[in-house]
Design a protein around this ligand. Structure first.
Ligand code: DQA
Length: 152
């Protein structure tokens, strides 16, 4: 039997503090809670999921490099690096699989500096503003992009 397709879930700076960090914005769930949701959603659809959290931009870039030729998809909540990191943009541009940008909050409804995502141009789409539900939705989006016939 062939091994299941791999989804890489990437979490950027400060997401290790979820549960304690600004719960009114990011909710009460911990990162471990969200990873568990994503892992179950992936497993239910026949995928394996690996998770990497780092507070370092270069480590995020290296995790994307390591996924090349290995993972079918990357789900990335890059935290504030979503708004600033052209090196992450370039790394994702060199990844040949599906890329889903993910945010717990809705950056478009927050401070102006959060309104631009520099990784949006190299993502297939973005799921934002649904709190922890987004982790399930992101896996569903990956699965549909990889398997469902495209109607648009
Ligand atoms: C975030 C939104 C970013 O603007 C912020 O810097 C984060 C978390 C989110 O999940 O809502 O760290 O990516």
């Amino acid at each position: 039997m062939s091994s299941p397709g791999l989804i890489l879930l990437l979490s950027g700076p400060n997401l290790n503090l979820l549960g304690e960090r600004e719960p009114a914005i990011y909710g009460p769930g911990t990162l471990a809670d969200h990873v568990a949701v994503a892992t179950a959603a992936a497993s239910n659809r026949g995928y394996a999921l690996e998770h990497v959290q780092t507070n370092h931009e270069g480590s995020l870039v290296e995790a994307v490099h390591a996924a090349r030729g290995r993972a079918e998809a990357i789900i990335v909540n890059a935290g504030a690096l979503s708004h600033t990191s052209w090196s992450l943009h370039d790394a994702l541009a060199a990844f040949e699989g599906v890329v889903v940008e993910l945010h717990l909050s809705n950056p478009a409804a927050r401070e102006p500096f959060r309104h631009t995502s520099v990784i949006a141009p190299v993502s297939d789409g973005c799921i934002a503003g649904f709190g922890g539900i987004g982790y399930d939705l992101a896996v569903e989006a990956v699965d549909k992009l990889l398997t469902a016939p495209r109607v648009g």
